[in-house]
Design a protein around this ligand. Structure first.
Ligand SMILES: [Zn+2]
Length: 310
């Protein structure tokens, strides 16, 4: 019986794989470094295929036991046709029919989507967003992205590029952004920007986000203020989201969310101060629950919905 799915979360640094049983439990995991294989597209695809087959074999399963494979990739993906439009941080990917390539090699039904979309599906079905009809899941990392569940369905947009919260302008002026715009939300809360800011505040160019979390826990006022300032930026962006979409829930994941307890109050206060009363009173902002597993579990949601033709 086909009761397993394989989830693959392709990131700029590493690729996480997981074999998931029909109850949504990850029964086998693997990680491989992207850096050694991302020089050529063929090498990256071959490495993914080998890892998937190894994962299946390790549990003494075969292709016939696998309902499908779901892959999340960091870029705009035409999930309907199974085409990677492009990957901003991995060179050599433009209009690649990845779904067909993988199906030919592996003989298992394969589905692809944007990585944050899969994380959102994972948190929605298995994590912090269970039972929620209208929600957003935001990931705060080097890039800032979001996935939207609207009326119990993943909203991908007309050209599969909805959810680019990191590139919503927070400011009419503001610093230039990689996307070609300026004053984007990502230019205030992306990891690179936060670390630049932190190296000035703490006069330490090697400081990392977990260090600032630890300092805040110890009561260091500079660290507490650092997270408060970050939370104000997040709250400002979310006030716009809340006014536009009147969501019930916003889930925050990614590296910065590990400091959620130092962000929580200020995010809520900023939303309350700046958003309209009715939507501001209804929305809850919570930390993601699944961390690194969200994309792998979300892949199962994608596979099941795709196979059943939803
Ligand atoms: Zn931008």
């Amino acid at each position: 019986m086909k009761q397993y799915t394989v989830g693959v979360d392709v990131g700029g640094t590493n690729i996480k794989l997981g074999l998931v049983n029909r109850f949504g439990t990850i029964v086998e995991k693997a990680v491989l470094s992207t850096r050694h294989v991302n020089k050529s597209r063929k090498r990256l695809i071959d490495a993914i295929c080998i890892s998937i087959l190894k994962l299946i074999k390790e549990k003494r399963l075969a292709a016939k036991d696998i309902l499908g494979i779901g892959l999340g990739l960091p870029g705009p993906i035409d999930s309907k046709r199974g085409i990677v439009s492009f990957l901003p941080n991995i060179p050599g990917w433009k209009n690649v029919p990845l779904k067909n390539i993988l199906q030919k090699k592996l003989h298992i039904p394969t589905f692809i989507d944007n990585d944050v979309n899969l994380i959102t599906l994972g948190e929605w079905k298995f994590g912090a967003g269970q039972g929620c009809r209208n929600m957003m899941c935001m990931t705060l990392g080097t890039g800032v992205g979001a996935g939207l569940i609207l009326n119990n369905d993943l909203y991908r947009g007309e050209g599969f590029s909805a959810g680019e919260l990191g590139h919503v302008p927070l400011n009419e002026d503001g610093p230039a952004c990689n996307c070609g715009g300026w004053g984007c939300f990502e230019r205030y809360v992306g990891n690179t920007v936060l670390l630049q800011e932190a190296s000035k505040v703490f006069r330490n160019k090697d400081i990392q986000l977990p260090d600032i979390y630890r300092l805040a826990k110890q009561g260091d006022q500079r660290a507490i203020r650092f997270w408060e300032k970050t939370a104000i930026h997040i709250g400002n962006a979310l006030a716009g989201v809340v006014n536009l979409l009147n969501l019930r829930l916003i889930v925050i994941g990614g590296g910065v969310s590990k400091s959620f307890k130092f962000l929580d109050k200020t995010i809520h206060a900023t939303i309350k101060a700046r958003a309209m009363k009715v939507p501001a009173a209804m929305v809850k902002v919570v930390r993601a629950k699944l961390d690194d597993d969200a994309g792998i579990l979300g892949a199962q949601v994608l596979v099941k919905e795709s196979v059943s033709g939803r």
